[in-house]
Design a binder for this molecule. Sequence first.
Ligand SMILES: *Cc1c(COP(=O)(O)O)cnc(C)c1O
Length: 425
Amino acid sequence: MQKDTLVFDLIRKELERQRQGIELIASENFTSLQVMQAMGTVPTNKYAEGYPGKRYYGGCEVVDEIETLAIERLKKIFNCSWANVQPHSGASTNAAVFLAVMKPGEKFMGLDLSMGGHLTHGSPANFSGKTYHAIHYGVTKDGIVDYEQLEAKARAEKPKMIICGASAYSRDWDYKRIRAVADEVGAVVFADIAHPAGLIATGLLNDPFEHCHIVSSTTHKTLRGPRGGIIMLRHDFENPWGIKDPKGNLRMMSSLLDLAVFPGSQGGPLEHVIAAKAIAFGEILTEDFKTYGKQIISNAQAMAKTFVNRGYNLISGGTDSHLMLIDLRNKKLTGKKAQETLDKALITVNRNSVPFDDKSPFITSGIRVGVPAVTTRGMKEEHMETVVGMIDKVLMNPDDPDVISSVSGHVKEFMQQFPLYPELG
Ligand SMILES: *Cc1c(COP(=O)(O)O)cnc(C)c1O
């Protein structure tokens, strides 16, 4: 068969794009070469519906070993007793958790999308908001989760499940406080740690497993693995809420969740991706990854401080994690304009609504900026000042093509110090 150069040339072009730019999208990262290589291997050819030792297809003895290794390593990272590594993405993990815990029409609570929450936490455009009755809590004027509002709404509405976790929220969570009110009203606490999981894995943020019944994550954000999802329980439990499986049997939560992933919401698992997850989990268990986590926090702190010194308005005034949300209204810029202009200068961010935004989600008043990807490329605190200096220059001169082309030239030159996949030539 002839090599499809049309597609491989585009892949090469994407590699060059990733190499030359400054990647500040908070949900992105660069996997190791071996994680990437594992995704292009033969388990992609294998059907393995079911779980290790309980498959619906023959010939699964090797993929069983791969998947078991991934599960065992993941359990070690988060000190948990059960894990499912099959979800294809973060949205799939959440679909499975909903399916395991809730019946259509039942109530749950999550952080409002416009205040930093995720689509799968009850947006009317998403299955979560269409299938279930979503109630939202928000943040205070200071940009911190409004725990009082969360408690008041939980007491008034008695939701079956309370979701904590977010996509555009820079502060740590008070899981203990959420669990306390959940116990009062009999709700399941579900932590979606898709964003900060890598910092939780390294003990740099509060541990959700101490207080939350169910925890899910993506594997491609701060965990720096392949694109995918995971669901975990520190302590399995026979659920006190009387949640039953589709046949009406009471079951352990682990079993309800396994059933909700397969056959509930997915078919065959992506064993080549699970192989890549196993490799990424092995990497997370090393000292190098601990160092990486600490560097993410130091870089984010340095970046936040530099933005504040240059007069930028950070929601909540700063960050505890890998990302920050910047309100650009005092700079007379929309998020859309900022994103588009920075793109021209080879600096990638995403526009983002800020709490109490007066602009549409398509325009927005803010941008979200994160450091996991540039930290993987080797940047340290001092480089954060250079990066913020370049961003500021572009944002202060958004309609000046000379400034933009001078910054993009600087970006290309600057990024040569941080080689990406040099093995790929
Ligand atoms: C990114 C994210 C997801 C979804 O992950 P996908 O892999 O994009 O489906 C779910 N929840 C939160 C909080 C996220 O940030």
